[in-house]
Design a binder for this molecule. Structure first.
Ligand code: RUB
Length: 325
């Protein structure tokens, strides 16, 4: 069975960042899995499972850093793998995709409600890039009557700060755009920083748009609270066993114009899309399950994936025992 053209089109939208943001790419990938399930050309259950795995592979190969994407795909695939018939597998894929999308949207709304309680009337809040979860906190605080002001970083090289500006201004929140390099300069006027996350590691480190860790450093220096707003499906189970998060490096053309690169063939450019903020620089993580200290990320991960990990560890132990017998 061949992966349908629609799935490749959606994968391309994610890769080229026309669909972006960790939550959105996860929901879009879940939707693509549903499309694939509905468009399957018939055949055996085993073939369908292989076809869905291949679809997940195409979608999962688009952007490496946001674990939300991989967790969404795994969520749908796990349901497919458990099915006993083709009809059951198709229905399971559709149902899992729908319920992932629904619970993801709901999580953002709840994060807005919970996080807005941390924002006080009169606060000036700084945010980076364009995070639905972080903006839910700010928009909910504003709509509940708190008078807030927002500094939004431009977020070079892709200028996602303009999206943030548009979204907040559209909701009536006073927002000022600043160059990324002005963060330390304005920090003296800032009461709180709220950013999103692409991935949260088991030790509480947060991987988010490049520049986040510098903002955390400046906030720490100025004793300004630094909050991360994120759904718990952005917590990475692989990091419990020590796996590192891959940081996406994008094309140099996003940083300098192509003709400049042609004129200066020896010009070296690096364009990491994300960076890692250590837990010591994060005051709290706002999730749909409540506000947690960053170091409690492992607790959430063990709640969600503990049983699966225990099974995996048991298999590894059995393998070792077999090979030493
Ligand atoms: C987006 C980014 C966002 C997180 C969280 O990076 O870093 O802060 O993805 O967003 P990019 P959300 O533009 O490279 O995708 O809260 O919407 O999931």
């Amino acid at each position: 069975m061949r992966v349908p053209a629609e799935v490749y089109r959606i994968a391309d939208l994610i890769k080229t960042m026309r669909v972006r943001g960790a939550g959105r790419i996860a929901r879009t990938a879940a939707y693509a899995m549903k499309i694939a399930a509905l468009k399957h050309p018939g055949g055996e259950l085993g073939e369908f499972k292989a076809y869905m795995r291949e679809t997940a592979h195409v979608l999962g190969s688009t952007r490496p850093t946001a674990v939300s994407l991989h967790n969404a795909l795994r969520y749908v695939l796990n349901r497919v793998e458990r099915a006993q018939s083709l009809e059951e597998a198709v229905a399971a894929a559709v149902d899992a995709a729908d319920s992932f999308i629904q619970s993801s949207l709901n999580a953002v709304r709840v994060i807005g409600e919970i996080g807005s309680k941390l924002i006080e009337d009169g606060d000036t809040v700084l945010t980076h890039c364009n995070s639905s979860a972080a903006l839910a906190v700010l928009k909910t605080a504003h709509s509940s009557g708190k008078r807030i002001r927002v500094y939004a970083t431009e977020t070079r090289p892709k200028f996602q700060g303009l999206l943030t500006y548009r979204e907040l201004a559209g909701s009536g929140v006073p927002v000022t755009l600043i160059p990324d390099s002005a963060v330390r300069f304005v920090m003296r006027e800032v009461d709180k920083v709220v950013v999103g996350a692409d991935t949260v590691a088991a030790n509480g480190a947060v991987i988010n748009k490049v520049g986040t860790s510098l903002i955390a450093l400046a906030a720490h220096e100025a004793r300004v609270r630094f909050y991360v707003a994120t759904e718990t499906y952005k917590f990475s189970p692989a990091t419990i066993l020590g796996e590192l998060v891959t940081i996406e490096e994008r094309e140099p053309e996003e940083v300098v114009p192509t003709d400049l690169l042609t004129r200066h063939p020896n010009l070296k450019v690096r364009n990491p899309a994300f960076d890692v903020t250590p837990p010591d620089y994060i005051d709290a993580i706002i999730t749909e399950r409540g506000v947690i200290p960053p170091k409690a990320a492992a607790v959430i991960l063990l709640e969600d994936y503990g049983a699966t990990l225990a099974e995996e560890l048991a298999t590894i132990t059995l393998d070792i025992e077999d090979s030493t017998a």
